[in-house]
Design a protein around this ligand. Structure first.
Ligand SMILES: [Cu+2]
Length: 428
C-alpha cells in the first residue's frame, strides 16, 4: 500500500493507483510495466444470438472491464453480470456498452436474463486476472460457440427424463343434476420443467397445462374459479361460443376476480372441436406462466383413432415447452406400426411454432376446432399463438422419429437439444 501511494503521488494518476493497489493486494509480482498495461481498460466484444452468447470464454486482466454487446438474434436479449450490472433488453441489431467497473481476479458469470434463455445456453464465463495467455483480452475470437457432443449425448440419453408434476390430466366433472361442474384453483407454484429445473409458475389445480376438460356438444358446464394468486385473474374460453357475459374478460364482460375470490361461469357448449381455456388477465404473464388448458368438445363425428394426443405449445418463463415440459422431460409419443393417431396442437405461447415430425406426414383435418373441407398433408405444421390445429398421422414407419419445433433455437443449442423436442417411437 505504501509503495502504491508513493507511486500514485509521483505519477498523480489515480487510475494507475487503483490498478497498482489491486496488484499489490493480490500479492502479484507484477512489474511496473505490467501495472501500467493493466491500467488500460479492457473492452471485449460479446455477441448475443438465438440462443447463444459468443464467445463462451472471455478473459481480461485485472482492472476495468467494458463489454461491447450486440444482439445479432431475431428476438430480444440482454446480458447481465451475475450479481452485477446488466444491459437493457436489446432489440435485434441493437448494441449496448456494459461497464463492469474494476473487477478483481476471479471467474464471473454473464447471462441473458430473458426467462428460459440462460437455461437454453445463453451463459458465458469471464475470467479476470488469469495467466498472460488467457488475459489476451480477445476471448476465443471466433465469435462462435463450439457445441458440446458430450452435453448433446447426455441430453439424448436422459430422454425421456422423469420430473415432478404432470400437466393436462383428464378432469372428471362433478355432476349437479345435468350440469358438469369443474373447479379450477389458480395458484403460484414451482414447476419442474426439466430435470432439476424448477421455475416460478402459475397453475390450475397444480398442473401445467391445467387439467384437460373434455365434454360433449350440448353439455351444460359450470366452471368455478378459485383465485389463490396474489393478483387478479379470470378465465376465457378460447374458441368456445359462449354468452357474452361468460367470455371472461374483466372490465368488458365481468368483474375482476380478486385474490382470494371465487367466480362461477356457466354455459351450454354449442360448438365442437379443439379449444382452450386460459387466463384473460395479465395474459402475457399468466398464460406463459401456466394458466391454460385444453377444452375439447366432441360431437360424435370424430375419426376413430388409436390415440388422441393433446400437444400444448408454450414459450416464456417456463422456456419452450410441450405440455409444460422441455426436452428431455417431454413425453414421447409411443405407437405401434399401423396405428392412426390424432394430435391436437394448441399454441398458448407468444411465438409461432412449426412442428415437424420426421418420417411420416401429418394430415391436417381441422383449424381452430373447425373441420377443413379438404384435409391436406404437411410435414411441418405451423401453429401460431392462439391457434389449434388437428392432424392425423398414419403410423407407418418403424423407429424413433424426431418430432420438434423447426424454429431450431426453440429446440437445440450448443449444449444439445432442449425445449420443444420429443419423439414418435414406433414399434411392431
Ligand atoms: Cu418454436
Amino acid at each position: 500500500m505504501k509503495v502504491a501511494a508513493i507511486l500514485g503521488a509521483i505519477l498523480g494518476f489515480s487510475a494507475l493507483l487503483i490498478s497498482v493497489v489491486a496488484l499489490t493486494q493480490s500479492g502479484g509480482s507484477a512489474s511496473v510495466q505490467g501495472a501500467a498495461s493493466t491500467a488500460v481498460a479492457t473492452t471485449l466484444e460479446v455477441t448475443l444470438g438465438d440462443i447463444f452468447i459468443a464467445p463462451q470464454q472471455l478473459s481480461a486482466p485485472t482492472g476495468k472491464v467494458t463489454l461491447q454487446v450486440k444482439n445479432t438474434g431475431a428476438i430480444q436479449h440482454d446480458l447481465s453480470l451475475e450479481g452485477g450490472p446488466g444491459t437493457a433488453l436489446l432489440n435485434p441489431a441493437e448494441e449496448a456498452t456494459l461497464d463492469l467497473g474494476n473487477l478483481e481476479a476471479g471467474t464471473y458469470t454473464l447471462y441473458c436474463t430473458v426467462p428460459g434463455h440462460r437455461e437454453a445456453g445463453m451463459v458465458t464465463t469471464l475470467t479476470v486476472g488469469g495467466s498472460d495467455e488467457q488475459a489476451s483480452g480477445h476471448g476465443s475470437g471466433s465469435g462462435r460457440m463450439l457445441h458440446s457432443d458430450d452435453n448433446y449425448m447426455a441430453g439424448v440419453l436422459a430422454y425421456p427424463a422423469a420430473t415432478q408434476g404432470l400437466g393436462g390430466q383428464p378432469m372428471q366433472p362433478v355432476m349437479d343434476g345435468k350440469v358438469k361442474v369443474y373447479e379450477l384453483t389458480a395458484s403460484e407454484m414451482q414447476w419442474e420443467v426439466e430435470p432439476g429445473v424448477f421455475r416460478d409458475a402459475m397453475a390450475y389445480n397444480g398442473q401445467v397445462p391445467g387439467p384437460e376438460i373434455r365434454v360433449q356438444l350440448g353439455d351444460r358446464v359450470r366452471i368455478i374459479l378459485h383465485n389463490e394468486l396474489p393478483e387478479s385473474t379470470a378465465i376465457h374460453y378460447h374458441g368456445l361460443i359462449v354468452p357474452n357475459d361468460q367470455d371472461g374478460v374483466p372490465g368488458l364482460t365481468q368483474p375482476l376476480v380478486l385474490p382470494g375470490e371465487s367466480y362461477t361461469y356457466e354455459f351450454t357448449v354449442v360448438n365442437s372441436g379443439s379449444h382452450m381455456y386460459h387466463s384473460h388477465m395479465n395474459g402475457s404473464v399468466q398464460i406463459p406462466m401456466g394458466l391454460l388448458g385444453a377444452f375439447i368438445v366432441e360431437d360424435g363425428t370424430e375419426p376413430a383413432v388409436d390415440q388422441d394426443i393433446t400437444m400444448i405449445l408454450n414459450d416464456g418463463p417456463l422456456g419452450y415447452t410441450i405440455n409444460g415440459k422441455g426436452f428431455p422431460a417431454t413425453a414421447p409419443l409411443v405407437a405401434r406400426q399401423g396405428e392412426q393417431i390424432r394430435i391436437r396442437y394448441m399454441n398458448e405461447g407468444l411465438q409461432i411454432h412449426p412442428m415437424h415430425l420426421h418420417g411420416m406426414p401429418q394430415l391436417v383435418i381441422a383449424k381452430d376446432g373447425y373441420p377443413l373441407p379438404t384435409p391436406h398433408y404437411e410435414d411441418t405444421v405451423t401453429v401460431a399463438p392462439g391457434e389449434r390445429i388437428d392432424v392425423l398421422i398414419d403410423v407407418t414407419e418403424l423407429g424413433a422419429w424426431a418430432f420438434h419445433c423447426h424454429i431450431l433455437s426453440h429446440a437445440e443449442g450448443p449444449n444439445g437439444m432442449f425445449g420443444m423436442v420429443t419423439a414418435l417411437i414406433v414399434s411392431q
